[in-house]
Design a protein around this ligand. Structure first.
Ligand SMILES: Cc1cc2nc3c(=O)[nH]c(=O)nc-3n(C[C@H](O)[C@H](O)[C@H](O)COP(=O)(O)OP(=O)(O)OC[C@H]3O[C@@H](n4cnc5c(N)ncnc54)[C@H](O)[C@@H]3O)c2cc1C
Length: 321
């Protein structure tokens, strides 16, 4: 049973949509990469259940078939060769926010993080301001423990509703059970965040708005915006900043193929028109190698590479833009 046949069996059974060989580039901020072997856009938790059942009934072992969950694609690079297996991207019906009690908010996992920040602002609730300029989704924010300006998702999340494609079960898990660390959680590849609940604090509208505006202004001045990049490439090593290290090694403006280190922020790598995902991959490895050699620091990537990439052969010969 191949996934084309699974795609045929899904037809007419989902409230959302599905397609074989679906282009992913426009679903990522880098706008790079090939097709998903099978793309599924669930509109509801029931759609995830149907997908799991169809995979199982088609003889595809759901724990064996690669599953990739895509949020707003703002933290990843999709391979030029595309992605094997099933790519799940929650559909627009799972983008919503609602009040829970006087200080709580619940959001569908497809909700853009800035929308959650604005929901909190409208209700005079503080704590979500840092999300205003992070171009990801609630689901991606939970998985990555997205953070900025001294706060992160783990600091405001109370619980998340998670569908596990390998067991076909849906469970509410408390924030403390998600294994959060710096820009990571312990969610497994088959676990899809569907909804999340947050606990915020009552505050004056003006102070919330001021903080959000200050964060936006800071971003506009120090970062290149969300086009053709995926935010910070490397995690900050303890007590230091990845951008400072890249800059100190003289790598701002370094280029491999169509990918280059941003002149505005050395931890943002840009993809020019015509760049490939492999260019970004090779640039990341070239920079990591030079920082290792120049500063003796092993940088760890924050962005994720999805699908197959060739081992980097251009690492030792980056060029200046
Ligand atoms: C200009 C710019 C600025 C940024 N600034 C910041 C910042 O300040 N702080 C920060 O932390 N990040 C930042 N990022 C990175 C990114 O926005 C965050 O990591 C965000 O949380 C990713 O969300 P996403 O929906 O785009 O996830 P994706 O990039 O689509 O996916 C990221 C990871 O989350 C998983 N995932 C996505 N949705 C789900 C789901 N529903 N269930 C389970 N897993 C899921 C994916 O499988 C993948 O492993 C920035 C990116 C850009 C382009």
């Amino acid at each position: 049973m191949n996934l084309d046949q699974v795609a045929t069996r899904l037809r007419g059974r989902l409230a959302g949509r599905s397609a074989a060989h679906f282009p992913l580039a426009r679903l990522t901020t880098y706008r790079l990469g090939g097709d998903a072997e099978l793309y599924v856009e669930p509109a509801t938790v029931s759609d995830l259940q149907v997908l799991g059942e169809v995979l199982r009934d088609s003889g595809v072992d759901a724990s064996g078939v690669p599953v990739t969950v895509l949020g707003r694609g703002s933290n990843l690079v999709v391979s030029d060769d595309g992605v094997e297996g099933v790519v799940i991207r929650l559909g627009p019906r799972l983008a919503w926010t609602r009040e829970t009690g006087s200080r709580g908010a619940r959001a569908g996992a497809a909700t853009p993080l800035p929308q959650l920040a604005n929901h909190a602002l409208r209700r005079g609730l503080s704590g979500a301001e840092f999300l205003v300029a992070i171009p990801g989704s609630v689901g991606g924010g939970v998985r990555m423990n997205a953070g900025a300006h001294g706060a992160d998702v783990a600091s405001i999340l109370t619980a998340a509703l998670i569908f596990d494609l390998s067991t076909l079960s849906v469970k509410e898990r408390l924030a403390g059970q998600l294994g959060f660390g710096y820009r990571c959680s312990e969610l497994s590849a088959s676990e899809v965040v569907v909804e999340a609940s947050f606990d915020l604090k009552v505050a004056a509208d003006s102070s919330i708005r001021e903080r959000m505006e200050a964060y936006r202004r800071h971003r506009a001045k120090t970062q290149p915006g969300a086009a053709q990049n995926a935010g910070s490439v490397f995690k900050n090593p303890p007590g230091d900043s990845a951008g400072r290290l890249v800059e100190a090694c003289g790598l701002q403006g370094f280029r491999v193929g169509g990918a280059s280190v941003s002149e505005l922020h050395a931890n943002f790598f840009m993809a020019a028109e015509g760049a490939s995902s492999q260019d970004v991959y090779d640039l990341v490895h070239a920079v990591a190698e030079r920082v290792r050699a120049g500063a003796g620091v092993e940088l760890e990537t924050e962005i994720r590479f999805v699908g197959r990439f060739r081992p980097s052969t251009r690492a030792s010969a980056p060029e200046h833009a």
